[in-house]
Design a protein around this ligand. Sequence first.
Ligand code: FDA
Length: 539
Amino acid sequence: MKFPQFSMLPFLMVVVMLSLSGTTLSHPHWDFLHCLSLRLANYSTISKVIYVQNNPSYSSVLNASIHNTRFSTPATPKPFAIITPLKTSHVRSTLYCSKKHGFQLRIRSGGHDVEGLSYVSEVPFVILDLLNFRAIKVDTKNEVAWVQSGATLGELYYAIAAKTNTLAFPAGMCHTVGAGGHFSGGGYGTLFRKYGLAADNIIDARMIDVNGRILDRKSMGEDVFWAIRGGGGNTFGIVLAWKIKLVPVPAVVTVFTVNKNLEQNATKILHRWQYIAHKLPDDLFMNVWITKVNSSQVGMKTVQATFRGMLLGGVDELIALIQDKFPELGLAEENCNEMSWIESVLYFGGLPLQSVDILLDKNALPTLSLKAKSDYVKEPIPESGIEGLMSMFLEEEADNAVAMIPAFGGKMDDIPENELPYPHRAGNLFEATYIVQWTKEENAESGKYISWSRRLYSYMTPYVSKSPREAYVNYRDLDLGINNNDYTSYEQASIWGFKYFKNNFKRLVQVKTKVDPMNFFRNEQSIPPLLSPWKKKGN
Ligand code: FDA
């Protein structure tokens, strides 16, 4: 009699916790909580790890990592529970109980999934939120670091810069993006022409597979290690941490911004840029942003191309280089600023150039509603095509829209297409990400903004990659196709899969079939296994 009484204790604590919060639950929910509470074993842990609906902290924990308010409306499906593990055993327990009681698991690191897939599902689900898995260990002597998946890129860059100003990591520009999702999809930023993607610089990982086994590179094998570096999150397992190779940067880099609007020949300069930017030395990063801005004529709008970049070197070298190769830009000293690499993270992240402590602040920038789509461009777009693109930014829906166009080339040309799942390497002049944004208050009108982004995407068809029309998985776009919640055939997933991964999709399916044949880890765009056993049985 003693054992059952003892084993019920933690569950009774959860019952008390739930009754205090007024939650009403059905059987599977109780079963899940019972399962988890038995495994977590004490009240203080339970109260820090399990957040069920109506728990006073539930909404703040849920919203803390929602970076697209399109998915924080009353109508957005909510998880029945959010689990915020403090240690690996909690992650394994969550996995075990979700499997046992039939809840879908959505893994969340930074919560920047553009389609909200890390915190929204149409079927009953729980969120495994890695917000307590944020440790970072930097080893400057060996030029490596271990970073847990829940850490943000800002926290990673900050931790590196706290030890040295001549090492960095080539990942994304937004400081609140999480390592977990970002590395799982590739990840590029200001250093990618020099060193490749974040995923290209991962040398080991710690992952829990569907059977609860804790694996490292050696024990997971090279196929799985290949797949988790770019094959998309929530697919092969729960990645707890990544070992990354740090890369050298000079103590001083030079950043610059040149704005050109339609009246200042923006179209012609951007047209010319396409022929030059991808061939410039790999020490140079150059990105163009297209946005609507106020015109010099009062009350009028125009479209601006913002040429923003960074040289791993000094200002004189930068000006000489641009004057030689791209004089049309008219780069002058007043457009440039020398700084440390960590300060350049503030510059590209749209943060005030003051204390780098802001990199630790997840709420430093406002959160909006958004829809993103992406393309890869392999041939220069004719001037008339750019004119049409620019004119779409004068439309009403584009008040808060941006096309972000980073030049490719450099190291990206040297890495074979099948080296990692991310296939968009040699032959691309640039990627184009189109993002349309609106406020949370305008969510009722989201349809008009989303239609605008679809019209823009359709307009770009003649100018971008074809067969497949390639897209970047980290700018997830459910318009490209989705899985069914239960069985998804290879053919169905191929519709979106080849766009993100080209021929690497086939290998990703093979790896998935081996490591998660029952397709436990899944979402609307996760790699499906080949015919699952449960499908064979006719379920
Ligand atoms: P989130 O936690 O939402 O996860 C994304 C996906 O990965 C989900 O499917 C999730 O389930 C899964 N996942 C998360 N953690 C996992 C784990 N530990 N194990 C397994 N699966 C996991 N990209 C880029 O390359 N360069 C850039 O500069 C930017 N900038 C940028 C700015 C802004 C404002 C946004 C919204 C997005 C970007 N991105 C980007 C895209 C970004 O890289 C992409 O959305 C990442 O997947 C986000 O990773 P998070 O961990 O933040 O997201």
